[in-house]
Ligand binder design. Structure first.
Ligand SMILES: Nc1ncnc2c1ncn2[C@@H]1O[C@H](COP(=O)(O)OP(=O)(O)OP(=O)(O)O)[C@@H](O)[C@H]1O
Length: 124
C-alpha cells in the first residue's frame, strides 16, 4: 500500500475523474448535461435554493457514475469471464445511476418550470 501527501491523494482523485470522462460514454453525457444546466441556471439568475437542488442532482449523478465506473473496473479485474454475480453487480450499479438520472431530470423540470414560464411571460 502506497502512502502519499494530501495533494497526491487529490491528484489521484482527479485522475479517476479524468479516467471516467475519457472512457465512459455515459459520463461524457452527464458532464455535457451538467454544463448546459449550469449555463441555463446562470442565464436565468436562479435563486440559491434552486441552485442547491441543481448542484445536488448533478453531484449525485456524477458521483454515482464514478462509483459505477470503479465497480465495472473491479468486476472486470475479478471476473473477466461471464458470471451471474458479475452481471448482478454491474446491473445493480447501473440501476443506481439510472435512478439518480431520473431524479435529476425530475428535479430539473421542477427547478426550471417557473423561471422559464416567467421568461416566456406565461406566468398567468
Ligand atoms: N463478467 C460478466 N459476467 C456477466 N455479465 C456481464 C459481465 N460483464 C458485463 N456483463 C453484462 O453486460 C452488460 C454490459 O457490460 P459492460 O461492461 O459493457 O458495461 P456497460 O453496461 O456497457 O456500462 P458502460 O456503458 O457504463 O461501460 C452488463 O451490464 C452486464 O449485464
Amino acid at each position: 500500500m502506497r502512502s502519499g501527501s494530501l495533494l497526491a491523494s487529490f491528484g489521484y482523485a482527479l485522475q479517476g475523474i479524468k479516467y471516467a470522462l475519457r472512457t465512459q460514454r455515459n459520463m461524457k453525457i452527464h458532464a455535457a448535461a451538467a454544463v448546459v444546466v449550469v449555463a441555463a441556471a446562470l442565464w436565468l439568475h436562479l435563486s440559491w435554493l434552486r441552485w442547491i437542488v441543481l448542484l445536488l442532482a448533478i453531484t449525485l449523478v456524477i458521483a454515482l457514475e464514478l462509483l459505477n465506473t470503479a465497480l465495472e473496473a473491479v468486476v472486470d479485474l475479478a471476473s473477466p469471464e461471464l458470471h451471474p454475480l458479475a452481471k448482478a453487480a454491474k446491473d445493480t450499479a447501473a440501476g443506481a445511476v439510472l435512478l439518480a438520472a431520473v431524479f435529476a431530470v425530475l428535479a430539473g423540470i421542477i427547478v426550471f418550470y417557473r423561471p422559464v414560464m416567467d421568461l416566456l411571460g406565461w406566468s398567468g
